[in-house]
Ligand binder design. Structure first.
Ligand code: AQP
Length: 342
């Protein structure tokens, strides 16, 4: 049995909607790896969340394996942590239905991300509306009474976490105390990595304009080129101010995240944008190159990767199964029966 400094559980999901990018790595994956000795870490590839928009099935399967291999290559220890693929633990989908029967249409429709992604389109998948409820299932299945559960959330996920807490609270009130309410925590340094070509928007794996997105598996020369061409501004003084100087501040944030230093402190050390960009490129390549070598080894052995994920889903099922059974029984559903049971 692995021991950790605290009994806290930390739950993080990564959606395989595209190739993982630098923002995912610096703000989600690296802090997860750094914290794995302190807290019980549950990390899953949220492949069902990627079904909420039109997708190519073969690509989704490939991106799911790729994301898992990147987590391992970044240093996630699958013995110390529970690493699994969401759809391989069917308890998530079953608990999703139970919680859908707790949630209301009105509160799901009010989610900002739904309004943004649905954006007035006629044909929107129902799962896009209900995916924050699946997120509630992803978390509450591991949040038994008395359990301390934390969820790293970026600022755009805050509203979803509030919904998770509201549904847990409502379930407890209606059916009896069943779930602990999770806490939201700031992931890593809290820095939001912005697009290098459009520093007014977040770096995103699904952005079709890839010039400003550094993908974790981009070759080093591509990484350098994207960083050296990052949009800054006409002001020649290196200073940290994300509001008025988003481009240069983003470069300082990236460097700060990689080196574990404050972006403001780093600003004082640079006289020119060229020097800053060169150092950011070197620092990012120094993180990505060894990760990419480990990734090549891991993805070169798909049978072993499948075995690691199968072991992870067994461990997740051992935690989620009893929790689901309690929730079902509290709602008045009969326990799963076996014909040969006497
Ligand atoms: N640019 C970013 N800066 C800081 N953190 C980021 N995250 C994502 N982009 C940035 C964090 O990465 C974690 C996993 O994200 P996700 O896969 O669940 O989905 P996301 O937040 O929607 O990530 P993307 O890359 O922006 O994907 P798409 O394009 O699908 O929307 C989360 O902790 C997230 O905050």
């Amino acid at each position: 049995m692995e021991t950790h400094r605290t009994s806290t559980r930390r739950i993080t999901g990564i959606q395989p909607t595209g190739h993982l990018q630098l923002g995912n790595l610096l703000a989600a994956v690296r802090p997860m790896v750094a914290g794995q000795h302190d807290v019980h870490t549950l990390a899953f590839i949220a492949d069902q969340h990627a079904l909420t928009v039109d997708h190519d099935p073969a690509r989704l399967a490939g991106l799911t394996r790729e994301a898992a291999a990147i987590l391992l290559a970044a240093g996630l220890d699958p013995v110390r942590c529970v690493l699994f693929v969401q759809s391989q633990v069917p308890e998530h989908a079953v608990a999703h239905y139970l919680l859908e029967s707790t949630a209301t249409f009105g509160e799901s429709r009010r989610m900002i991300q739904f309004r943004e992604k649905a954006g007035g389109q006629e044909s929107v998948r129902l799962s896009l509306l209900t995916y924050p409820v699946l997120m509630a299932a992803d978390i509450l299945l591991y949040a038994g009474v008395g359990q301390d559960v934390e969820v790293p959330v970026g600022e755009d996920q805050g509203q979803h976490l509030e919904l998770v807490r509201a549904l847990g609270r409502r379930f407890n009130r209606r059916y009896g105390l069943t779930f602990a309410l999770p806490r939201g925590v700031q992931p890593g340094s809290g820095a939001r990595i912005m697009d290098l070509a459009e520093p007014g928007r977040k770096m995103e794996k699904t952005n079709p304009a890839t010039a400003g997105v550094v993908f974790v598996l981009d070759p080093p020369d591509v990484v350098r080129r994207k960083i050296l061409r990052a949009v800054t501004d006409g002001d020649r003084v290196v200073a940290y101010d994300p509001v008025t100087r988003p481009g240069v501040s983003n470069l300082l944030d990236i460097l700060g995240c990689v080196l574990g230093r404050s972006a403001t402190g780093l600003a004082g050390e640079y006289q020119t944008y060229a020097r800053l960009k060169a150092d950011v490129a070197d620092a990012v390549v120094a993180v990505l190159e060894p990760l990419q070598r480990r990734f090549a080894d891991i993805s070169g052995d798909p049978a072993e990767l499948a075995r690691v994920l199968a072991a992870g889903s067994e461990r997740a099922t051992a935690l989620a199964g009893p929790m689901l059974a309690v929730a079902q029984q509290r709602m008045g559903l009969l326990p799963v029966a076996h014909a040969d049971a006497r």
